[in-house]
Ligand binder design. Sequence first.
Ligand SMILES: Nc1ncnc2c1ncn2[C@@H]1O[C@H](COP(=O)(O)OP(=O)(O)OP(=O)(O)O)[C@@H](O)[C@H]1O
Length: 283
Amino acid sequence: MVNIMEANTITKNPGTAVLEDRAQAGTQETAERIPVFKTNNFNLWYGDNHALQDINLRFNQNEVSAIIGPSGCGKSTFVKALNRMVELVPIVRTEGEILYRDQDIFNRKMTVEELRTKVGMVFQKPNPFPKSIYDNVAYGPRVHGIRKKKVLDEVVEKSLRDAAIWDEVKDRLNENAYGLSGGQQQRICIARALATEPDVILMDEPTSALDPISTTKVEDLMHELKKNYSIIVVTHNMQQAARVSDTTAFFYQGYVVEHDDTKVIFGNPRDQRTEDYVSGRFG
Ligand SMILES: Nc1ncnc2c1ncn2[C@@H]1O[C@H](COP(=O)(O)OP(=O)(O)OP(=O)(O)O)[C@@H](O)[C@H]1O
């Protein structure tokens, strides 16, 4: 890990969004920190509501990137923009760029299906399908045309192992996923996301519906998964952001106040609002 802050964005002046990005200002991209997503002046409106304002961020490969901020500041909207899920809302309009591995995700060359294969998502509430554990995990590969049982068996086992739940479910793969605990269901959903071999996993408050033990398991899992994947996680839990993430972006009222290495955001933030938020003075 190099000691440069590549992902630092500060909005000095809300509304006019004067942005400073130390990553762009002279530091070099290094082999250790390869960007998976970059956004350039990304804006999003729900009708007249300007929900995301001039977002300039960069998220790196094999890192956990946390997104924090008070309720309604645009965190979920932002992560749902990264895999174009937000476009399911008819009144949404966007401007600016989102680059996934240097490819504009809004460019017609990349289909939404291709993007979502590469960029999986795990939601706040575990949402397994009303199917067996096996069929939940095999769902994506089957949609992608994999039919051979042997291949599916291998994908299911690998995904469940990677999601740290294989040992708990290997003898009950044909049981309905609804019969599992909430924490187990969430790890099944993570396994389901892994089964299509994504590159990036978006997680929108993945532990907020879980008990502390399940939360620890999912946090440990994030730590393991970043060896092979890149994770962007929305969390309301400051301790969680501090524990699991490499960088943290602080969103406030639709713009990014500060994005930096997590130890800087929690130890020595540059903006008073960040300090007030991470120390629990508001939010
Ligand atoms: N489907 C929608 N239609 C219209 N407006 C929406 C929609 N979803 C979100 N918004 C608006 O966009 C803004 C940002 O909401 P968003 O859910 O992204 O915030 P958030 O930071 O994720 O909040 P929370 O922490 O409470 O989940 C809010 O003003 C919200 O009312």
